[in-house]
Write a protein that binds this ligand. Structure first.
Ligand code: GAP
Length: 462
């Protein structure tokens, strides 16, 4: 059962240290969020799962971490300076600013229109100003003189850093086609989007890969290229389902129709999730042809090519691009993991049923009480587990409340040290602990000597 509404997750995210609205101290900062101690772990784990599937477990993909502050001509070549625009309009009554395309798509409910059929403000039905095209890139300046010569842009995507390093990677890593270059890092877009938590923010993290392949034999009918595109769509969909544990019924593939396709694209499919407000994009998988390498070759005056040993020709590779949103995926993992169900005593409990590989804390070590006699053994167990798994030690409040707290942050296993472990009233301890499973609430007794083996079995992929 996923969360019924976004508010439930927004509140839990703040209460339990996953995601905080940014700069609340100063009244907040629109569309900007801070990731708390558990959010940063969850984000690292999702990125790590992606990196494992896209780089570590594949022979044909390598990683990259290109500079954020990028030469301005990169964004001229990519088309972002000329075309990366949104149509914006202001309400003449309430002054709220809107993306006209989002109003028309019904993202704020059934669009309101006046008698002439013109769109009206979704907030109060006020008249809107004429839409103006607004570039989404954040400008900055390099050096001390603020003139047009010194403009630089913060990257609105990670992809261009990959294209401009294509030849460096081929030369330094002796790569042969087909192969990919993967990169995950922050991107920036000056977005106007009221609400929806971390779905659309000013700065966000992406996980992108550019897969370079031979140009198709027939450019007008690139069958083998489109087959490769479909292979990547299947591969990425399986990752959300099998690695992150997202229910298949809330995932779908949506192919862009002709009008929606970018001029250079031979096909784009989005992987979408069924958010509480409807279907929304998680990842775009674009068949970008040779557009980007050609564009950078033209803009720089230095053609970017690959030398094919077999045909003894320089060619411009074609590209498939699976481009995912890390922070958006984090929101989906929280929505998806959320569950309300009875605990051992039949009382309500909230559980985040993360798959163990993405859970921020893998194991909690909980002495039964604050009693001094339990502490040395509990600390010993903690020190045993800590080097292997992200572990939390907690001895405050009743054991039942501590279980609830760990359930609510999605910790798969709790290890309890009690008087049976350490012995009491002259009876020797058994040097064993209780391991409690988050989902089944089953408890088993495990000798400390065998504890790491049991944890390893119960924490696959961690
Ligand atoms: N290089 C291609 C590219 O950037 P995109 O569809 O614009 O494609 C890829 O972005 C993914 O990045 C999206 O599917 C989404 O998950 C995420 N994303 C894009 N803009 C975002 C924003 N403002 N806030 C959060 N995530 C965003």
């Amino acid at each position: 059962m996923p969360a019924k509404d976004l508010e439930t997750i927004v509140s839990l995210a703040k209460r339990r240290g996953f995601v905080f609205p940014a700069a609340e101290l100063y009244g907040g900062f629109a569309n900007t969020y801070d990731y708390g101690p558990l959010g940063v772990e969850l984000k690292r784990n999702i990125r790590e799962a992606w990196w494992r599937s896209m780089v570590r477990e594949r022979d044909d993909v390598v990683g990259l971490d290109a500079a954020l502050i990028t030469h301005p001509r990169v964004w001229v070549a990519s088309g972002h300076v000329a075309t990366f625009h949104d149509p914006l309009a202001d309400c003449k009554k309430c002054r709220m600013r809107w993306r006209v395309d989002h109003i028309a798509e019904g993202q704020y409910g059934e669009p309101k229109r006046n008698a002439a059929g013109e769109l009206l403000c979704p907030n109060d039905g006020g008249e809107l100003t004429e839409p103006r095209m607004f570039n989404l890139m954040f400008k900055t300046q390099v050096g001390t003189i603020a003139d047009d010569e010194n403009i630089a842009y913060l990257p609105p995507e990670t992809a261009q850093g990959i294209f401009i390093n294509f030849e460096n990677v081929v030369a330094s890593m002796r790569r042969k086609l087909p192969f990919g270059i993967a990169q995950s890092r922050v991107s920036f877009r000056n977005e106007i989007t009221p609400g929806k938590f971390i779905f659309r923010t000013l700065e966000f993290e992406q996980m992108e890969m550019e897969y370079f392949c031979f140009p198709p034999a027939d450019r007008a009918n690139p069958e083998e290229y489109l087959a490769l595109h479909r292979e990547w769509i299947d591969y990425r969909l399986a990752w959300y389902r099998d690695t992150l544990g997202i229910d298949a019924s809330r995932l779908r593939i949506r192919y862009h129709d002709k009008e929606e396709l970018s001029h250079y694209s031979a096909g784009t499919a989005d992987i979408e999730y069924d958010f509480p407000w409807g279907w929304g994009e998680l990842e775009g998988i674009a068949a970008r042809t040779d557009f980007d390498l050609t564009a950078h070759g033209n803009e720089s005056g230095k053609p970017i090519t690959y030398f094919d040993e077999d045909s003894k020709q320089h060619i411009v590779p074609w590209v498939i691009e699976p481009a995912a949103g890390l922070t958006r995926t984090l929101a989906v993992c929280m929505l998806e993991a959320y569950s309300e169900e009875p605990d051992e005593k039949g009382e309500d409990r909230v559980v985040l049923k993360f798959k163990p590989n993405i859970a921020p804390i893998k194991v909690a070590v909980l002495p039964l009480s604050k009693n001094e006699a339990l502490r040395p053994a509990a600390r010993r167990v903690y020190e045993l587990i800590r080097p292997v798994y992200m572990t939390q030690y907690d001895e405050t409040q009743s054991i039942g409340r501590r279980y609830r707290r760990q359930d609510e942050i999605g910790t798969p296993l709790c290890v309890t040290v009690d008087f049976q472990t350490v012995g009491e009233n002259g009876v020797a301890g058994d040097d064993a602990v209780t391991v409690r499973d988050r989902d089944s609430q089953e408890q088993i007794r495990v000798p400390i000597a065998n504890l790491l083996n049991v944890l390893r079995d119960r924490l696959p992929g961690c």
